[in-house]
Write a protein that binds this ligand. Structure first.
Ligand code: NAP
Length: 266
């Protein structure tokens, strides 16, 4: 997939708390105006009383801009703190049809199985239906999220996988093995929750202070430097943090920063 920038803007954070839709829309639009080229949403990024909040927000912000939107199915919010998970063929097809109605076009740019749990359901069924939907022209690209290497290998025997999205933070590097698989198979990897456990980064924080940039920007930059197939999915929800994170893409990176980051990891 030709990636449109390496800092995607995720809208999961807009699902919580009392939100002002116009403010959220303006925030996402500010990101797009500054150069965000890919938005990340999901059926699950719902407010309890507004079930399609996250998809509708991304759809409205992206409309007419050329920005790519990744969305996901097989996982829905069913209560204040509860979500279901089901990647059966019937459920995925129904979710894709629902997302097509939200986005209002003939085709979705990128569609993921949101949660792959091999102990619960075979990944082959959900992957096959995504591949059929791609063949039908309803999906331009298909992806898997929350998947491990065995799950990816099984899915890749069924269909070409266009993208993977997993938890992978600058401090935790949680999906290192999956990232290696993506590099070996030339599959774009989207690192979600890239700033989890940020507080532990003392060396990089010192460099950030010295250079007058945020620790968060440098952590995102460190992840981008770690692999050519990696993009980050930033969860910023305010215009200033959206723009600060986006600037990770152009932030210079050098040996001193790499050394500080490496010291934080060890
Ligand atoms: N596939 C999945 O299962 C899955 C799961 C989780 C998340 N995701 C995706 O990944 C996205 C990001 O996840 P996340 O929200 O956990 O990510 P995150 O980016 O690691 O964390 C978001 C937090 O970091 C802060 N932040 C972001 N940029 C900052 C900056 N430059 N300076 C200071 N603070 C900054 C935000 O603050 P403010 O809110 O104040 O801006 C927010 O509190 C989600 O929106 C979603 O699209 C996917």
């Amino acid at each position: 997939m030709g990636l449109v920038g390496r800092v995607a803007l995720g809208v999961a954070g807009f699902s919580f708390g009392g939100r002002d839709r116009e403010v959220d829309l303006a925030t996402v639009r500010a990101g797009i105006a500054a150069g965000v080229g890919i938005l990340d949403t999901a059926r699950a990024y719902a407010q309890v009383d507004v079930p399609l909040y996250g998809e509708e927000l991304a759809a409205e912000a992206a409309r007419g801009t050329g920005v790519i939107v990744g969305t996901k199915g097989g996982h829905s919010r069913i209560g204040e703190t509860t979500w279901d998970a089901d990647i059966s063929a019937g459920r995925i097809r129904a979710d894709v049809e629902g997302s097509l109605r939200v986005f209002g076009g003939e085709q979705l740019d990128l569609y993921y199985l949101h949660r792959v749990d091999l102990a619960e359901q075979p990944v082959e069924e959900g992957t096959s239906v995504l591949a059929e939907l791609r063949d039908e022209g309803k999906l331009a690209r298909i992806g898997l999220s929350n998947v491990d290497v065995p799950g990816l290998e099984r899915a890749a025997r069924v269909a070409r996988i266009d993208a993977v999205q997993n938890l992978h933070s600058a401090m935790g590097r949680e999906s290192a093995e999956v990232l290696v698989w993506c590099e070996a198979n030339d599959v774009p990897f989207f690192a979600y929750s890239p700033l989890r456990h940020s507080a532990g980064a003392a060396h990089l924080a010192a460099m950030a202070a010295e250079r007058g940039v945020s620790l968060q920007r440098l952590q995102l930059r460190a992840l981008l430097a770690s692999s050519p197939v990696l993009s980050v999915v930033s969860g910023a929800t305010r215009p200033e943090t959206v723009l600060d994170s986006l600037a990770a893409e152009t932030e210079p990176w050098d040996e001193a920063l790499q050394a500080a980051y490496t010291a934080d990891l060890s």
